[in-house]
Design a protein around this ligand. Structure first.
Ligand code: NAI
Length: 305
């Protein structure tokens, strides 16, 4: 049995916590002793309207269970207000869970600028604004945990979700660099690609499966990633229905052409099978590991420095 994961004296912001996955995260953080800022604008899945009662209800639930929480009704695009609310209510911020999200599904052929922009604004700009406002505080106190909510639609693609997929994989790009920049200040940053039965997925998942994909089956991973016990950073995890797995990049060993002679499109065609041959593939963990194969190929033919 591992040591208990506790959050006494720690302040956690969960965005979009008025329902669905965010609500489950907020409840579990509070159960483990965290002071929680329950943020939710309370709009529709399409990002329209606003309603304070979503966040208020979750705060009432947390308090009824003996926990500590405050509601915040700002949009994540006003991230500095949410962080200020945490500071005003509890004097600090330790963990940011970027969870708020909307959908504006359309095929790319029918995509309108509003659908593209709104999805970008809530997922990417919103996560940026909240995290950027919290960042100096996390650095100052030499502790922070940040979780971004990606999606399998970003990792693998999904019909009708070009805007959403772009935003969700963008958040993993953000995760990778913040993990590098945050490490020296003990700020660890990870991303999850969850699956849960919420209003966002209702009607999209067969009802029998939907019923079983309880949001509560995503939150234990999020609470672990938000804890001091977690030493992981830069990770991407798929989670849902009681299952948790880790995703990483895989790269084939590739084909090295002679850089002095150059190579032709026909050479590419002739080597196509080998370029995509994943036997003995590698898993570069950073850009220097990634560039290694390229440099090794160059060094076969030229002296570098
Ligand atoms: P949900 O619709 O139940 O929850 C999203 C919450 O975000 C809502 O309560 C909404 O009011 C809030 N929100 C939307 N725009 C906001 C804004 N500008 N500022 C503050 N709050 C805002 O959906 P669900 O499923 O709980 O989604 C949570 C996150 O998980 C989202 O980022 C979603 O994209 C992601 N996700 C969910 C999956 C699933 O299977 N449910 C799959 C992959 C990703």
């Amino acid at each position: 049995m591992s040591e208990a994961i506790r959050f006494e004296d720690k302040v956690v912001i969960v965005t979009g916590a008025g329902g669905g996955l965010g609500r489950a995260h907020a409840l579990l953080f509070a159960k483990h002793g965290a002071k929680v800022v329950v943020n939710d604008l309370g709009g529709s899945t399409h990002g329209e309207g606003a309603n304070a009662s979503a966040a208020d209800k979750v705060v009432a639930e947390i308090r009824a269970a003996g926990g500590t929480a405050v509601a915040n009704h700002d949009s994540v695009t006003d991230g500095e207000k949410i962080v200020q609310n945490a500071l005003d209510a509890f004097g600090r911020v330790d963990v940011v869970v970027n969870n708020a999200g909307i959908l504006r599904d359309k095929t790319f052929a029918k995509m309108e600028d509003t659908d593209w922009d709104l999805v970008y604004k809530v997922h990417v700009e919103g996560a940026y604004k909240v995290t950027h406002a919290a960042w100096p505080h996390l650095r100052e106190q030499n502790f922070g945990r940040v979780i971004f909510t990606a999606s399998t639609s970003g990792i693998y693609g999904n019909f009708g979700q070009s805007n959403y997929g772009m935003a969700k994989l963008g958040l993993y790009g953000l995760t990778r660099t913040l993990a590098i920049e945050g490490r020296k200040n003990n700020i660890f940053v990870n991303a999850i690609a969850p699956t849960g039965g919420t209003r966002m997925t209702e009607g999209l998942i067969p009802p029998a499966v939907f019923e079983q994909l309880k949001p509560e089956l995503v939150s234990p991973l999020v609470v672990y990633l938000g804890s001091a016990a977690c030493e992981e950073t830069g990770g991407l995890f798929e989670v849902g229905g009681g299952w948790v797995g880790k995703v990483r990049w895989e790269r084939s060993n590739g084909v090295g052409f002679n850089p002095l002679q150059g190579f032709s499109p026909e050479d590419v065609a002739a080597s196509w099978a080998q370029i995509g041959n994943f036997e003995g593939a590698s898993h570069p963990a950073d850009t220097s590991q990634a560039l290694g194969a390229m440099l090794t190929n160059l060094q076969k033919y030229v002296k570098l420095g």
